[in-house]
Design a protein around this ligand. Sequence first.
Ligand SMILES: [Zn+2]
Length: 288
Amino acid sequence: MTDALNTCAGAVLQQQVNGLWQHLGYFSKKYAKAQQKYSTYDRELLGIYMAIKHFRYLFEGNELTIFTDHKPLIYAFNKLESNCETPRRTRQLLFVSEFTTDIRYIQGERNAAVHALSRIETIHCPGAIDFSELALSQSTDIELNKPVLPDWIGRTHGTLTFRLTQVLSGHGCFGRYLCRLGREPTSGCHHCDTGDEDTALHTLQECPAWTEQRRQLVAFTGLDLSLPAVVRTMVGSRTGWDAVSSFCEHVMFAKEEAERERERTSLLRSRQRRTRRRRRSELDLRPP
Ligand SMILES: [Zn+2]
């Protein structure tokens, strides 16, 4: 969904899962001075063009529909075919057409999130910021504590495998990450009943499901399983690297298997529901 004002463009990337729209990303950008003088049509088209450029790595290969509250744009590709567009519009539309030609109209009020993003000057911070809590969150957030590059430079051992990267980056088979992508309804951990969010740190430090694997790991790392300590162990020696790698391989393999099983079960359930519905409708159609 996209929207544009005189000074700003806004867009929200959404995907539909089981009939519900889930937000995947937000985009907001101020127009350059010259762009602010464009006509409404051109500003709206530019907004679409910029949003696609921004999000393209996320939806490449998937079906894409653009929703805009500027009705004339839904005929943009018809005009392009008649060869009467300006060079700038042609260039932007040709770029958009690499991803989709499906532009649909949506009323401004139904475009609420995008509406807000294209009016960034009206967005205010709702209250005072608790800086000590912010500092604590930053120090415990694995994404903000990514390995420091100099630690890796000069090391003579260790291959970064896919599962090792998942744990170090937090982008993998973790509830919080999958929930953010819309592949899980909640971010809770499926492997324990602590009610905690399933994150890379939870998996590494706390989740009771991996106690045995963690016991073997702390023999090399010591009890400090913070990301900097784990990285120090990895860089420190080949055996340290292998111990962390082995933990990640075992645990992530088990988590991937569990996720596949959950997907299989939910697919089976939805098939059973469809079959029951079909049978019911067949029974309803029979003459009394
Ligand atoms: Zn857990």
